[in-house]
Write a protein that binds this ligand. Sequence first.
Ligand SMILES: C[S@@+](CC[C@H](N)C(=O)[O-])C[C@H]1O[C@@H](n2cnc3c(N)ncnc32)[C@H](O)[C@@H]1O
Length: 292
Amino acid sequence: MQKTPHLPVIAKEVLESLAPKQGQIVLDLTAGFGGHAHLLHQAIGNTGHYYGIDRDPEARTFFLNRFKDCSNITHLAGTFDTAPTLLARVGVTKVDVVLADIGISSYQVDNANRGFSFAKEGPLDMRMSPDTGLSAADLVNSMETEPLANLIYNYGEERRSRQIADAICKRRRKKKFTTTTDLAECIANASRGGKIHPATRTFQALRIAVNGELDQLATILQNIPPLLNSQGRFGIISFHSLEDRLVKNAFKQLQKSGDFNILTKKPIVAGVEEIKTNKRSRSAKLRVIEKV
Ligand SMILES: C[S@@+](CC[C@H](N)C(=O)[O-])C[C@H]1O[C@@H](n2cnc3c(N)ncnc32)[C@H](O)[C@@H]1O
């Protein structure tokens, strides 16, 4: 196998809390590079079936190659909000275990060409599926100041959103933004100080907007629970407070309905050892519900 460009986070905890069993049907909404897939597949054995979804064609190519010899692994290309339709196309209507490890992969962040990182010069893109929708450059070069400031505030929780949006709009009148570092420099000039890089929150906001990440999450919180078999489990790993809040509230509502139990009173987080070897795991939060 090729070396994987992404390490699965809190993998042991995912297995323990989702408890996949021999012969079960697993749906992985974020197949990525197959780190969790490998473990889930081992747990369900030859009699179960693993279905994995991903919108990123580069991740899909890696995944298909990694599991080319496994006949009970199926990769479905697309966005996970369409999971029920993608599954129905292959004749599946119910599943036992669902995992969503949302956000971007290390490969997407580390690869300058994908345009996610303010620290690496690359095209200002940020699309997980690079052929679909508007890029980050399209947004910063066209949005009016007010909606841009709101976007940066709402999705980046950035206090200096207005200052940053003003600087972006002023600068683009002279020259449009084309690269990540170009935008990062403009933001750094407009908003100095603080512990983190001044562009961190704006880049997060643009990434969420470009990929419709919160809408995607809100949709699976609605349309995945009805797919679960009795005692089926649904786990979501999120990486920032906006996502975790959505998950927490939706799971509470599901529990109130009487059809689901929350299995994680507090979210499961990575241990110190894992954080040492995989920095990305430090902000991961896993919440799990079970169908009664
Ligand atoms: C954190 S990585 C998952 C890594 C995977 N668990 C592994 O172990 O390799 C997230 C993956 O989900 C994909 N993704 C994120 N949002 C998606 C969406 N709405 N629909 C489909 N795929 C999505 C990304 O392209 C990325 O490959």
